[in-house]
Design a protein around this ligand. Structure first.
Ligand code: ZN
Ligand code: ZN
Ligand code: ZN
Length: 253
């Protein structure tokens, strides 16, 4: 079983957006408050964090995350990796494996140079072991994580499949070769920014069109902007999908 907790469901700015006084940013509905997108998946005995954004510390406190077995990165945009330093206290007892998509190592090394430097002396840097994500990652005989190549504008990034769950954030196109890897999936979490087109993110409508051919039981949106309030998004897609919200927990058999 997978217990999936949405730690954040907002776009790169988070919602409310700093300095914005729009109706969504000033809404009193807690579902209109969106931290940067990330999920925590407890898959039987494995505790898996997908992305470590700038809100990670607050998210971990909110959901009492005390142990993580491995971390998966979808890509290296700031809203998905800038919380890596806050993994420090969780990494001191045992170094944490961080799996990144092929081609991302140099970016991580440039961005977080100090995390890769072994000074030999006492250190307060997080103990992270950066590993390129294999295709697939076998945790044991019955738990396999499959990276799914998706496009974020022109940038190839990874979504991830674990059993009946697929997590596809920051997506604007699913290439044909990735569909067979998603066959039979029951729950699809897909990035959907807003109703109007954007060069690197699906609209709500595009997200539904891209994943409904997989005939999942439920489609959840994440990485949502401040353009539409939570209640209105459901109306826009007419029950074909629903917006996730921060703190939503799914139990996937
Ligand atoms: Zn993002
Ligand atoms: Zn706003
Ligand atoms: Zn991104």
């Amino acid at each position: 079983m997978i217990r999936l907790t949405f730690l954040g469901t907002g776009t790169s700015t988070g919602v409310p957006v700093l300095g914005c006084g729009c109706p969504v940013c000033t809404s009193t509905d807690p579902k209109d408050h969106r931290l940067r997108s990330s999920v925590f998946a407890e898959w039987d005995n494995f505790r898996i964090l997908i992305d470590v954004g700038p809100d990670f510390r607050l998210q971990a406190l909110r959901h009492q995350i005390q142990k993580i077995d491995l971390i998966l990165l979808t890509h290296t945009h700031a809203d998905h990796v800038n919380g890596l330093d806050d993994l420090r206290p969780l990494s001191f007892q045992r170094p944490l494996d961080v799996f990144y998509p092929a081609g991302c190592l140099e970016i991580l090394q440039n961005r977080f140079r100090y995390m890769f430097e072994d000074t030999g002396g006492p250190t307060s840097r997080p103990k992270l072991i950066f590993r390129e994500m294999p295709h697939p990652l076998d945790l044991d005989d019955s738990h396999q994580i499959v990276p799914i190549e998706i496009f974020h504008g022109d940038l190839p990034i990874y979504g991830y499949r674990m059993g009946d769950l697929a997590y596809l954030t920051d997506c604007s196109r699913i290439p044909p070769q990735s569909y067979p890897l998603l066959e039979g999936v029951k729950i699809v979490v897909v990035g959907a920014l807003r109703p109007t087109p954007h060069p690197t993110h699906f609209t709500f409508q595009q997200a539904v069109e891209a994943v409904e051919r997989l005939q999942p039981q439920t489609i959840y949106f994440t990485h949502i902007s401040h353009d539409v309030c939570h209640r209105e998004i459901a109306d826009l897609v007419q029950r074909r999908a629903q917006p996730a919200w921060d703190g939503l927990v799914l139990n996937i058999e």
